[in-house]
Write a protein that binds this ligand. Structure first.
Ligand SMILES: [Zn+2]
Ligand SMILES: [Zn+2]
Length: 282
């Protein structure tokens, strides 16, 4: 049974109108799909949904939900960022519409001296600027900060789903940052996964880096799938699609890797609840 609830349309930084993703989902035989626009940011952010279009986004997804209800289950969601200094901003956003779910993801972890927020999810040049100005190129500190933030996010927001839990690794460049198999990175990641397990959150296996050829693995990487299974962590596979044809990209590899690590089921959003279903054989 296939599903994907991590998708971006032209309402934020995705490339197409929501209906195109519905058509792609029908073609691939998905049981359900969810739209997770980057939640409006409380500052200038060119990849988030503009707050002035939030209502339009909600209305459009609600209309599609109704229109296609005999063919597929459609869910209205947000990919929510974490700003510990203005936690109520995120909480108010969630209450501002009839959202079915949200995915909590860390994209920003600190501020420049002038107060501008620094993203770890932009181009490498932007990453390197903050890495130098805020962290004086100290990879250990930035790694610790990223995962500390993620753990705080889990505790503060209690998210149903955690997005790309170790996305910081996308900024790795040989010799300049810590790769995933570095003991320090691994230790921080495992500590964070433990917090996710305690919170009962589902950890998404995000396939985007793989089909965009940015990594040789997922967020998080299959290097920790065995430990995740032993910890009893619930997982779901999402593609973080920014285009309709990416809707199930690298799902087969993710299901196979989970299965090799001992998993027999994954979670999908169906009939309005997150429920475990057998890993598909595709
Ligand atoms: Zn994200
Ligand atoms: Zn995303």
């Amino acid at each position: 049974m296939l599903s994907n609830i991590h998708m971006h349309t032209h309402f934020c930084d995705g490339g197409e109108a929501p209906v195109k993703y519905v058509h792609a989902a029908l073609e691939k035989g998905l049981a359900s799909l969810g739209f997770s626009a980057h939640a409006p940011a409380p500052f200038e952010c060119n990849w988030a949904l503009p707050s002035g279009r939030l209502k339009e986004y909600i209305n459009e997804i609600q209309e599609l939900k109704e229109l296609y209800k005999s063919q597929i289950q459609i869910y209205l969601g947000l990919e929510l960022d974490y700003f510990p200094d203005i936690l109520s901003y995120s909480q108010n956003l969630l209450q501002s519409g009839p959202f079915d779910y949200f995915i909590a993801s860390v994209h920003f972890i600190d501020n420049y001296p002038d107060g501008r927020r620094w993203t770890i999810d932009g181009p490498n040049e932007e990453f390197r600027k903050g890495f130098e100005e805020i962290f004086q190129n100290d990879a250990l500190t930035v790694t610790r900060k990223f995962f500390e933030y993620t753990r705080k996010m889990i505790t503060d927001l209690n998210p149903p789903v955690i997005g790309h839990i170790d996305k910081l690794k996308m900024q790795y460049r040989p010799g300049s940052f810590i790769p995933e198999d570095h003991p320090y990175f691994r230790e921080e990641l495992l500590k964070t996964l433990e917090v996710a397990q305690k919170a009962g959150s589902i950890v998404e296996i995000n396939t985007r880096a793989l089909y965009k050829n940015r990594e040789e693995t997922f967020y998080p990487g299959q290097q920790v799938f065995k430990e995740m299974h032993e910890m009893g962590i619930k997982v779901m596979v999402n593609s973080d699609a920014h285009l309709p044809h990416e809707i199930t990209s690298e799902f087969i590899n993710a299901f196979n890797a989970l299965s090799s690590a001992g998993y027999s089921e994954h979670y999908i959003l169906k009939d309005n609840i997150f429920q475990a279903v057998k890993l598909p054989k595709i």
